[in-house]
Design a protein around this ligand. Sequence first.
Ligand SMILES: NC(=O)C1=CN([C@@H]2O[C@H](COP(=O)(O)OP(=O)(O)OC[C@H]3O[C@@H](n4cnc5c(N)ncnc54)[C@H](OP(=O)(O)O)[C@@H]3O)[C@@H](O)[C@H]2O)[C@H](O)CC1
Ligand SMILES: Cc1cc2nc3c(=O)[nH]c(=O)nc-3n(C[C@H](O)[C@H](O)[C@H](O)COP(=O)(O)O)c2cc1C
Ligand SMILES: Cc1ncc(COP(=O)(O)O)c(C=O)c1O
Ligand SMILES: [K+]
Length: 512
Amino acid sequence: MTFSFLLQSSPLPVSPKPLLSQNQYSLSSLLSLNTTQRFLGLRTLSTKSTPNMQDPTSVSYLSQREAAEIDETLMGPLGFSVDQLMELAGLSVATSVAEVYKPSEYGRVLTICGPGNNGGDGLVAARHLHHFGYKPSICYPKRTPKSLYTGLVTQLESLSVPFVSVDDLPEDLSKDFDVIIDAIFGFSFHGAPRPPFDDIIRRLLSLQTLQKRPAIVSVDIPSGWHVEEGDHEGGGIKPDMLVSLTAPKLCAKRFCGPHHFLGGRFVPPSVAEKYKLELPSYPGTSMCVRIGKPPKVDISAMRVNYVSPELLEDQVETDPILQFRKWFDEAVAAGLRETNAMALSTTNKDRKPSSRMVLLKGFDENGFVWFTNYESKKGSDLSENPFAALLFYWEDMNRQVRIEGPVEKISEEESENYYHSRPRGSQIGAIVSKQSSVVPGRHVLYDEYEELTKKYSDGSVIPKPKNWGGFRLRPNLFEFWQGQPSRLHDRLQYSLQDVNGNPAWIIRRLAP
Ligand SMILES: NC(=O)C1=CN([C@@H]2O[C@H](COP(=O)(O)OP(=O)(O)OC[C@H]3O[C@@H](n4cnc5c(N)ncnc54)[C@H](OP(=O)(O)O)[C@@H]3O)[C@@H](O)[C@H]2O)[C@H](O)CC1
Ligand SMILES: Cc1cc2nc3c(=O)[nH]c(=O)nc-3n(C[C@H](O)[C@H](O)[C@H](O)COP(=O)(O)O)c2cc1C
Ligand SMILES: Cc1ncc(COP(=O)(O)O)c(C=O)c1O
Ligand SMILES: [K+]
């Protein structure tokens, strides 16, 4: 079965899959960093998708001369070729676009390429966007007859990426395109735009008055802007995204759009030092990093219109555990992060509810298992009221699953087995953490952690704390929710009922 999950939403950053797992970084290596580094490090290393916001005042900006000089240094003494830098620059542009504009909504991308290297960056970006699932078209009116450029054109032609002449470009670009990449002029732009680019820039400008218009992404410089002064007269294009390459040029100070990214992850320390470049660090393996403040959003207007395959009574499994397995496997296959993360809701004796995330560690016809500290808040709630609700939300698939039922502790033996299968650091963490109690400072935890790490450095068995173990929820209610357009979602509820003296799962559709 092929699923196509479409999201229709306002442009918000998408979350790419994590490339690194937190376990790859030892606690002790993090301890040697200062607080800020540790914070940024943890964010960048464990969640590639976490935007690395940079205070725009602390970023350096390059003059036109410096930008050209750095280019020459990279391609001279530092041994880079223009092809290489252009490939990395174009990839940065494509990944920046993909961070903000999902192909399901913003698939139709027009890349307008100028005669210089900025145009080359656009050609490379279009190729990557094609491979990322977008449908790029190219307008490349002044082609440079050098092999680098003819090669890029051939590569795009081999992917059947259409080239559109200026004459064939619609006057109103808003109907045919969701994103327009402005790769017309870069840092060598000077004077006023000459034909045919003057007319193209005018068409970009005319988009600004429209309510619904394509997003404009400028590569390095918003075309038509002065490289240093920017849009000082105020009549230039107003891109939604600017992807600065190597370092922002002075004109970027005047960029007011919501998405400023930095790309060109190839600057060696010698160049950074010489030009006193203060630049944000790239998260994980990313080719781009957001600069500046996060975009201001109107929270009340934030919404997604879900579009998914129907969820019909005659298609689902009669056994909810099998249905859950099916959806769980599909979520894993779709590459979702932490498919097994679920919200666990409990109540205490005063009927006050509380929720938190835990990790599902197994499920079968006997129930759903997770592990925790029995003396935690959730442990205490469950001892007072042994009933709970679990909630999974698999955002990329527009799916939610609710599970409810009574909860019991699993056997000591099962808890022992699972505890010893965990990374040794996490085993020690479980000893150190008197979960949900007040801690005077993080040093208390780290000191004890270090001490125990030393104690068990010989590889000996780390004993499981008595108060640590698993819970099992035995479901008597499931609901499978599949998001649909106009909020008319599919909801299939399974409730365990007594039918002629036997327990049976009854399936009912609930109103969305
Ligand atoms: N180190 C990096 O960050 C890298 C950045 N790259 C990209 O390269 C551009 C700079 O490329 P460059 O080729 O030097 O210059 P431009 O792309 O800006 O364009 C130069 C061509 O544009 C013509 N031009 C200039 N002004 C006008 C105008 N007013 N009207 C029409 N045409 C104009 C110019 O012709 P001239 O005859 O005027 O000289 C050139 O043909 C940088 O911004 C990055 O995007 C590299 O890809 C990788 C390294
Ligand atoms: C994704 C995710 C998974 C988590 N998994 C667990 C878990 O499996 N067990 C656990 O005790 N805490 C887990 N936590 C931490 C809990 O959310 C919570 O902070 C902690 O258990 C204390 O909750 P309590 O004070 O309500 O008992 C997880 C947190 C997140 C964000
Ligand atoms: C406090 C705590 N305990 C337990 C777990 C589950 O971890 P593991 O997968 O190592 O069992 C987590 C996961 O985030 C956690 O935060
Ligand atoms: K540009």
